[in-house]
Write a protein that binds this ligand. Structure first.
Ligand SMILES: [Zn+2]
Length: 221
């Protein structure tokens, strides 16, 4: 049988999907760094205004994480560790990673408006603008939550490098538009990454959920 007619092995197919997933991750980062400000495009009186609590938050990344992240957990015989499914398609996971890693970069820069009044304050649907301290608190919680989700989506060093690249590219994009906030945003971003990394891993029913390495995926035969 000619090589081209041979079916792809599990490992080759996985690598092909992983390549596509890397592209989706970059697309996710491209969308994610602009995602919070889509409230301008979908403004609805009393519900969605600029700096909406719905878009300037961890809510959309969390929804995406829950909807797209195709993890099915299994518990190996006699083990107290839950493993996410090693054959799960990485496309959804890395797209989510792109979104979860880039939204916080936008939120970091939003922490440094010219003044904490008017449009700079977070808008809660029906309730109106939050106070300056609540706005800062909401943005800070969202920053940590997004980066925590991003950390949970990492499986290996390649994923980590990809996430760092996305964050750095988004930071460069935001810094070029708001150079006056660049230094402080970077400090906040680095501090938040540290916090997100040291937060405990999630458990389900008291059992630690462990993400498998790529090496745990299908092997060449
Ligand atoms: Zn914004």
């Amino acid at each position: 049988m000619p090589d081209s007619a041979r079916p792809l092995s599990d490992a080759s197919a996985y690598r092909l999907r992983y390549g596509a997933a890397i592209l989706l991750c970059l697309v996710g980062a491209f969308i994610g760094v602009r995602l919070p400000d889509t409230d301008n495009a979908f403004a609805l009186p009393r519900l969605i205004l600029h700096r909406s609590l719905l878009t300037h938050s961890f809510l959309l990344p969390l929804l995406l994480y829950v909807l797209i992240h195709p993890i099915t957990h299994s518990r190996p015989e006699g083990s107290s560790v839950l493993l996410s499914h090693p054959h799960a398609n990485p496309c959804g996971r890395l797209f989510s990673l792109g979104i979860c890693a880039s939204v916080p970069v936008h939120l970091c820069f939003d922490l440094f408006p010219r003044a904490w009044r008017g449009w700079a304050l977070i808008y809660a649907p029906l309730l109106g603008r939050l106070s300056p301290s609540l706005s800062v608190l909401w943005l800070s919680i969202s920053l940590i939550a997004c980066l925590y989700l991003a950390c949970r989506l990492l499986r290996n060093g390649g994923d980590l490098l990809l996430a760092i690249f996305c964050v750095a590219a988004c930071y460069g994009f935001c810094a070029s538009r708001e150079p006056q906030s660049a230094r402080w945003s970077l400090l906040i971003l680095l501090a938040t990454v540290l916090v997100a990394f040291v937060l405990p891993r999630p458990k389900r029913n008291g059992i630690l959920i462990q993400l498998p390495k790529i090496a745990d995926g299908p092997a060449d035969k």
